[in-house]
Design a protein around this ligand. Structure first.
Ligand code: HSE
Length: 340
């Protein structure tokens, strides 16, 4: 299965590494032989090789020089392709989009996704922008072209929050969704409770690759809101925009507020909530006995309230390179299984 990867930052590189590390396993267990034929970046060069790129060489060039320019030359290599070229001219059957999320317009990734589907390629997104801005349009375009769009990594990284709701809980009705949906803010709140200043905790979250390229989206609640919008569309068929919901982040939470909550046996958490009638992202004080109060660090959690089972809660990684890359890999395996 030929793959073109758009975006080669923390997540893109982790995805390439995972493809490399799991090559034997993917072949043995799923008869899947992924071949990375294109890597496209905005500022660090782009490479296309119809015979497949060498992943360790790609990663070494990035690690040592922060560019793809030092990838060994060969006669088949094409340089400097744009993402549109990768979509329309490459042998890729699957386009993997892992560029930074633009939650306002979804662009430029959204147009790349449309072009990929029109070129009869499947699409895997780690990028939240296109799915949160144009969920229905993307699905309609996929269906018109008889191709698949998968987006597990857009909510709770590779922890299967989307697959749980859309596949595993089939036959039940989900009536409400509530959770901690941003790893960076949960990490910051956890570190602040342990005495670390806000700015240091944010810097650490950036250094560890949890935060978005522009971390304002994390701390102001917009990243969690993007995930709420995606869940609302996928689970309830609701078409929400940021302006339709209350959104507040954690920037106004002071060490004093954290101490006060602690004295009262409570803890601040940034909570996303969705019901068929509305949605919000708000910091809330939860009693320590509340299950969500005990989700620490970059771990996230989501509770689906269902008609048959009552509450079903999933806890797992919410951010991080390899954690996000795993979601993309699980989408790749699902696409491969579906089209076989
Ligand atoms: N910046 C995001 C977070 C990454 O911290 O949750 C995962 O979407």
């Amino acid at each position: 299965m030929d793959i073109a990867l758009i975006g080669f930052g923390t997540v893109g590189q982790a995805f390439a590494q995972l493809l490399h590390d799991k090559a034997e396993d993917l072949q043995a267990r799923y008869h899947l032989t992924p071949r990375l034929v294109a890597v496209i970046t905005q500022q660090r060069g782009s490479l296309y090789d119809p015979n497949g790129l060498n992943i360790p060489h790609l990663l070494t060039s990035m690690r040592d020089y922060d560019t793809l320019a030092h990838y060994p030359r060969n006669d088949n290599l094409q340089y400097g392709w744009t993402s549109q070229q990768a979509v329309t001219q490459s042998t890729a059957q699957v386009i993997v989009e892992a560029t930074p999320s633009n939650l306002a317009t979804g662009q430029p990734a959204l147009d790349v996704c449309y072009a990929a589907l029109d070129a009869k390629k499947h699409v895997i997104l780690a990028n939240k922008g296109p799915v949160s801005v144009a969920y229905n349009e993307l699905m309609a375009r996929a269906s018109a072209n008889n191709r698949l769009v998968r987006f597990e990594s857009t909510v709770m990284a590779g922890t299967p929050s989307i697959r749980l709701a859309m596949n595993t809980l089939r036959g039940s009705n989900i009536t409400a969704v509530k959770g901690i949906l941003n790893g960076t803010t949960n990490y910051i709140l956890t570190q602040m409770e342990a005495g670390m200043p806000y700015a240091d905790a944010l810097a650490e979250a950036q250094r560890l690759g949890y935060a978005e390229t522009n971390p304002d989206g994390d701390v102001l609640g917009f990243d969690a809101a993007g995930k709420v919008i995606i869940l609302a569309a996928a689970v309830f068929g609701m078409k929400l925009k940021q302006g339709d919901m209350s959104i507040k982040g954690i920037t106004e939470i002071t060490p004093q507020m954290i101490d006060e909550a602690k004295l009262a046996g409570e803890r601040w958490k940034l909570i996303g909530e969705i019901t068929p009638t509305g949605a919000s992202v708000m910091p809330k004080r939860l009693p320590i006995s509340h299950p969500l109060a005990n989700i620490g660090g970059t771990t996230n959690a989501i509770t689906y309230t269902t008609d048959v089972l009552g509450d079903v809660t999933l806890i797992g990684a919410g951010a991080g390179g390899v954690q996000t890359a795993y979601g993309m890999l699980s989408d790749l395996i699902e696409i491969h299984d579906t089209i076989r």
